[in-house]
Design a binder for this molecule. Structure first.
Ligand SMILES: Nc1nc2c(c(=O)[nH]1)N[C@H]1C(S)=C(S)[C@@H](COP(=O)(O)OP(=O)(O)OC[C@H]3O[C@@H](n4cnc5c(N)ncnc54)[C@H](O)[C@@H]3O)O[C@H]1N2
Ligand code: MOO
Length: 408
């Protein structure tokens, strides 16, 4: 078993230990946030016919090439074509057809002139200037051409993607199954959120944060009942969770204390232990295993440590399982807005906020964060990575960060 691995090495081992979920076919109506498990090609043009973007008259440009204020050209109106109808005949030279927005361009026509630029009666329409062939005509396939690759496997179904698929008539989609995650908190000091506080007890807050980050990433998360700090109780909880989970996450009990049982439990259960502890602050207390082919990630009990290590290492693994092709967190360098005074002899991950100011990526870091404190994470869209330093970091220095804005 490896011990005290770098965060990047631990993350790689976890990524190697997971595989992409199977697929299922679902209705487009339920597809928001899911990940496509197939390439989607346009099986037809969008729009399927060339159409008018305006209310006006459609004609042959050649018929009004000499039109002017002094010498207007008047043409008879053959018929009217509203959206949803087609002209009953091709456009004849020397005539015009009244056309409404969205209606198909009749054969033989090559110019649309909007109402406001004409004068008209029920029978005739008069033009006062020439127009170019092709003006105000939306070509067939302007948005998507038949046969074109529209969406790649691994794309997230977002608002515009759902509209595109609807436009293509794709009512059923092949997507990756959701990753079922069982979250088990361990700790005899933990009470449920609606129970009154008692001496030495605290509320089980950590799993709620973790569950939200994970479900915002598309996973189906179940918060299991809290487990007492005993080997038997934790073993039983892990065994039960393994019956219907794709990933198990636990919190607490991964350090070196007398009640830190996770390593013992997972060893006794015969799990393959990938590593114990990372060089990561906060969140270094961590155990990664595979039990009955299910990845089991055991996080620190401290709420911020658990959240930060989960975001940096488990989220990419869960995203890989979910079918994302871009499963790693985006990384960015920005300029530190104000001094970060706390010294970090071993380097440190700090929640913060990224903003764009005068075209520059600026980073603000919470100066008041700690392993057990969740509130500094509130509103944060990055986790800043500070190199080891005894003096803190000065405003204006470049800081590396992991972007988590998609999950807040
Ligand atoms: N001798 C040493 N002691 C500790 C070390 C060490 O290296 N040597 N590391 C410290 C660090 S850093 C961390 S992090 C913790 C990790 O300990 P555990 O993962 O075993 O976590 P617990 O002891 O169970 O809990 C830590 C802390 O968090 C509170 N907690 C636990 N679960 C929850 C929850 N679901 N919601 C809210 N709060 C929770 C718990 O009450 C403790 O206060 O070990 C240090 N010790
Ligand atoms: O090891 Mo603790 O997990 O740094 O906060």
């Amino acid at each position: 078993m490896k011990e005290r691995v770098e965060m990047t090495e631990g993350r790689s081992m976890m990524l190697d230990a997971v595989s992409v979920m199977g697929t299922e076919t679902i209705d487009l109506l339920e597809a928001t946030g899911r990940i496509l498990a197939e390439d989607v090609f346009a099986q037809e043009n969008i729009p399927p016919f060339s159409r008018s973007p305006l209310d006006g008259y459609v004609l042959k440009a050649a018929d009004i090439k000499n039109a002017s204020k002094e010498h207007p050209v008047t043409l008879p109106i053959l018929e009217e074509v509203p959206a949803g109808k087609v002209a009953t005949q091709p456009l004849k030279e020397g005539t015009a057809i009244k056309i409404l927005t969205g209606a198909p361009i009749p054969d033989g026509a090559d110019l649309v002139v909007k109402f406001e630029d004409t004068e008209f009666t029920d029978e005739n329409v008069t033009f006062f200037k020439p127009g170019k062939s092709g003006d105000n005509i939306v070509p067939v396939g302007e948005d998507l051409k038949e046969g074109q690759l529209v969406l790649e496997k691994g794309s997230k179904i977002t608002a515009p993607v759902r509209g595109i698929l609807a436009g293509l008539g794709k009512s059923k989609l092949k997507v990756y199954k959701k990753v079922r995650i069982k979250l088990i908190s361990t700790g005899s000091e933990l009470i449920e959120i609606d129970a009154p506080l008692a001496p030495g007890k605290i509320r089980n807050s950590s799993v709620y944060t973790l569950a939200s980050y994970l479900s915002m990433s598309g996973a189906e998360v179940t918060i299991c009942p809290n487990v007492e700090d005993t080997v038997e109780a934790i073993s039983e909880a892990v065994r039960t969770a393994s019956l219907d989970a794709d990933v198990i996450m636990t919190t607490g009990g991964v350090s070196v204390g007398d009640y830190d049982h996770l390593k013992t439990v997972m060893t006794q259960l015969g799990a393959d232990i990938l590593f114990w502890k990372m060089r990561l602050k906060p969140g270094g207390a961590f155990l990664a295993c595979v039990y009955k082919n299910i990845p089991v990630f055991s996080l620190s009990g401290n709420p911020a440590s658990a959240a930060i290590s989960m975001i940096l290492t488990c989220l990419p693994a869960v995203r890989k399982m979910s079918g994302y092709t871009q499963y790693m967190l985006p990384e960015i360098d920005g300029v530190l807005e104000s001094d970060f005074k706390k010294k970090s002899p071993n380097g440190r991950m700090v929640p913060g906020k990224l903003s764009i100011q005068e075209g520059k990526a600026m980073i603000w870091l919470s100066g008041h964060s700690g392993n057990g404190m969740l509130h500094p994470l509130q509103g944060c869209n990055i986790i800043g990575e500070l190199a080891p330093s005894m003096e803190g970091v000065k405003a204006g220095s470049m800081v590396h960060a992991y972007y988590i804005g998609d999950f807040i």
